[in-house]
Design a protein around this ligand. Structure first.
Ligand SMILES: Nc1ncnc2c1ncn2[C@@H]1O[C@H](COP(=O)(O)OP(=O)(O)O)[C@@H](O)[C@H]1O
Ligand SMILES: [Mg+2]
Length: 437
């Protein structure tokens, strides 16, 4: 940029810089607002609202680790998708790192085999791709790696083999289960001795049986040995059944955190706080309307936040009133329809539309129904056996269509208003005639 000679005077320079920063702020402000909310999978929201109780429970486990002790149990986060399991796990990972533990943030797809599991658990770089790129503790595990190599000279950390006493170097895949468990136990114990280790595993409902078995065994053994090692799993509601299939007693002994929708207050907080930080205020009525419409479902809260920000930028306003809500609504509705379209297609592909429709009918006018009663309704209305009805209900729970919060026997709709959407779409498919071809 060419600076005019007169601008060299102090006053002119001040004026110029004021104008420039005003312009830049205006531009930056819009960009900041348009990127403020975070609808998506595992994308941290600007305000993680309403999860203090869950974080406290996780911190309780972490505290023992920091005292060099094993946690009292493993942690399991479960709930229908879109409720914030991944971001909660991410928030906990950040706290663990800040507290000085090493965090290994994994996805079940990274540990499909025992070999992959062993490599991940013993790798020297404790940051997995896509998560927390700038880990201040990255590399600090190295001394533990060296210690591991001192103790087991035939093993190169992160490679495919370990030294089995009396046998020599064999690959993880070649070891018997007993050898594998014993080796992992010794090596990971050694690693934890240097610094407490937290392993988080997302999408745990897709954990492969064999690798899963080794991991759950390992965690239990390490706790018995007094090693500061914490395992935190997150997954959809079928995680319970999946983990029970892997290891019978795991679920009962774990610290279980059911991750459902937010309260009204937390929903309001998730929207109000990030906007207030940017000097945008809500009308009371407008806020009540958005809270209602989001159905307190975290993913929809972010969609609403994003739509409102677009409306604010377009109207150059700092005030969310009912007119702003109406201006934002079409964007929200389009995103919501996309999401429901995907869920409808998923139900269709798994041949669940009929049962989903029947369940939606049973829920009409009711907020919650006992699982056993829901199953009885299906038996009566669809003429199937109880076992088949229960299997279908479990499939619906897996997709988040229904949800049993906590350890209750009561079901409620999982992803909100999806039932109404399914009924409406099915009615179109059933009662309108396909055009002649
Ligand atoms: N406590 C929360 N407050 C506000 N928004 C949240 C909260 N938890 C999650 N979200 C948002 O909800 C969406 C889904 O979160 P995610 O962690 O991917 O859910 P899940 O892993 O259960 O499918 C993301 O857009 C995220 O930013
Ligand atoms: Mg997730």
């Amino acid at each position: 940029m060419i600076v005019p000679a007169c601008a060299r005077s102090n006053r002119a320079r001040a004026i110029l810089s004021r104008t420039m920063s005003k312009k830049q702020t205006g531009h930056g402000y819009a960009a900041d607002l348009l990127n403020l909310f975070a609808p998506g999978q595992g994308v941290p929201p600007p305000r993680l609202a309403g999860r203090e109780q869950e974080l406290q429970a996780l911190r309780g486990l972490l505290r023992r680790l920091l005292a060099g002790q094993p946690p009292s149990r493993d942690a399991v986060l479960y709930g229908p998708r879109g409720n914030g399991k991944t971001v909660l796990l991410g928030a906990f990972e950040t706290e663990c790192r800040a507290a000085g533990t090493v965090v290994l943030a994994l996805n079940a797809s990274q540990v499909k085999t025992v070999d992959a599991l062993a490599r991940q658990l013993l790798q020297s770089n404790a940051v997995s791709p896509g998560k927390e790129a700038a880990n201040p503790l990255a590399g600090q595990i190295q001394p533990a790696g060296r210690a591991v190599q001192r103790e087991f000279p035939t093993m190169a950390v992160g490679t495919a083999s370990a030294g089995v006493p009396g046998i020599g170097a064999v690959t993880w895949e070649q070891m018997s289960r007993e050898q594998l468990d014993a080796n992992l136990e010794r090596l990971v114990t050694d690693r934890c001795r240097h610094k407490p280790l937290v392993v988080t595993l997302d999408e745990a409902h897709t954990l492969e049986l064999e690798a899963g078995h080794r991991l759950l065994n390992l965690s239990q053994q390490l706790r018995k040995n007094g090693a500061p090692f914490l395992l935190a799993l997150a997954g959809t509601p079928d995680l319970r059944e999946h983990l029970n299939a892997i290891r019978a007693t795991f679920w009962n002994r774990a610290e279980k955190l059911s991750i459902g929708r937010l309260s009204r207050e937390s929903t309001a907080e998730a929207l109000v706080v990030p906007l207030a930080e940017r000097n945008i205020q809500f009308d009371k009525n407008a806020l009540a309307a958005v809270v209602e419409d989001s159905q307190q479902y975290p993913y929809f809260i972010q969609l609403w936040g994003e739509a409102l920000c677009h409306a604010m930028v377009e109207s150059r306003s700092y005030h969310v009133d009912t007119a702003a809500i109406e201006a934002a609504r079409p964007r929200f509705e389009t995103s919501k329809s996309d999401y429901y379209g995907d869920r409808y297609w998923e139900l269709r592909k798994q041949d669940l539309l009929e049962v989903a429709d029947t369940v939606a009918g049973v829920f009409e006018g009711r907020e919650a129904i006992r699982f056993a009663h829901l199953s009885d309704y299906l038996v009566a209305r669809m003429g199937v056996e109880t076992q088949a009805a229960d299997a279908k209900l479990n499939q619906l729970a897996k997709l988040g269509y229904i949800w049993q919060p906590g350890s209750t026997q009561v079901c409620e709709p999982g992803i909100p208003s999806l039932m109404a959407h399914v009924k409406a779409e099915l009615a179109v498919d059933r009662y309108t005639v396909a055009p002649d071809v």
